[in-house]
Design a protein around this ligand. Structure first.
Ligand SMILES: [Ca+2]
Length: 309
């Protein structure tokens, strides 16, 4: 298994762990994914923040912490809809100096936050964080005096039995093998291998914008000004540049009544043909202008790109 597959294995394993439901391991607590068991303490009366934390600890738990919008949504639903709480509820964050921290994890709150409008007020005596029950801002956070008495939510890690772990691992292994096979197929199906050439027509996006996951280099200069034609017929061999050519005046020749013949020098492209036209009273010369324009069909310049990485 290469390093990409190893990484994928680890990520998928972590992902699946998070998505395996934790029912049955939390008893009368509520399972959040397979991470936590949550309990809304609404039967022990409202408590000050420290007291709420102590009650959690007596239950081998801590006040709840929230790190994602999904976690918040689950908690909001659990507390205010399922348990129908109508009061403010402590969560496990408090302010130290200017910074809010998750109390038991001792890490700063964020980057996910869910402050109510205008919160935190950061008043000197408002150092603990509660969730609000009001419909307009249900689940939103507000800093509040830690001595205020609130309901509260405790969390603890789920404890898995070895049977659960084994069954999960077996299921994961089976799915991972299937996914690894799909990944292999996908890798083979990469649409643009390195070296792939892309012709960019006018008014279309550059491949660097269309497929930014690849590295592209403009290679127009390798083909500057050149038209393309299919090999065969009077075309040059594959890959060889055939210099331009067009029918044009190259020599002038004349014969007069006496049989006198004269012939011009070879006429350079874009040059003049000079030819003597009379032996007596002359000589006289005609000059013929030869144009120096390439023969070309109507055309529009394009760009060529090559994928380099
Ligand atoms: Ca406040």
């Amino acid at each position: 298994m290469n390093s990409l597959n190893t990484l994928l294995f680890a990520l998928l394993f972590a992902y699946k762990l998070c998505h395996t439901r934790g029912e049955g391991v939390c008893g009368d607590w509520d399972a959040y994914r397979d991470e936590k068991c949550l309990y809304v303490f609404d039967g022990v009366g409202q408590q000050a923040y420290d007291s709420a934390q102590a009650i959690c600890e007596n239950n081998s738990a801590t006040l709840v912490t929230i790190h994602t919008a999904e976690e918040q949504a689950f908690l909001t639903q659990l507390v205010f809809e399922k348990r129908k709480v109508v009061d403010d509820v402590w969560i496990g964050a408090h302010r130290v100096g200017d910074v809010f921290k998750w109390t038991t994890e001792n890490v700063d709150v964020g980057p996910y936050t869910n402050w109510a409008k205008g919160m935190p007020t950061n008043l000197t005596n408002e150092r603990c964080v509660q969730m609000l029950p009001k419909t307009s801002e249900v689940g939103k956070w507000d800093d509040e005096n830690c001595t205020k008495r609130n309901l509260f939510v405790c969390q603890k890690l789920q404890k898995w039995t070895t049977d659960m772990i084994q069954q999960t691992l077996l299921n994961e292994r089976k799915q991972l093998l299937e996914i690894a096979a799909e990944l292999e197929a996908l890798k083979k199906a990469t649409p643009f291998p390195i070296g792939f050439t892309y012709a960019q027509l006018p008014n279309t996006k550059e491949p660097t914008a269309l497929w930014p996951q690849y590295t592209w280099k403009e290679t127009s200069a390798d083909h500057a000004g050149v038209f393309f034609r299919v090999v065969g017929g009077t075309a040059a061999p594959f890959g060889q540049v055939q210099e331009e050519a067009s029918p044009r005046l190259t020599t002038m020749e004349m014969t007069d009544a006496t049989g006198y013949k004269d012939k011009s020098d070879p006429i350079a492209k874009g040059g003049f043909a000079k030819l003597k036209v009379g032996a007596t009273g002359g000589p006289w010369y005609w000059q013929f202008d030869v144009s120096n324009v390439e023969v070309r069909p109507k055309n529009q310049a394009i760009r060529i790109w090559t994928r380099t990485a």
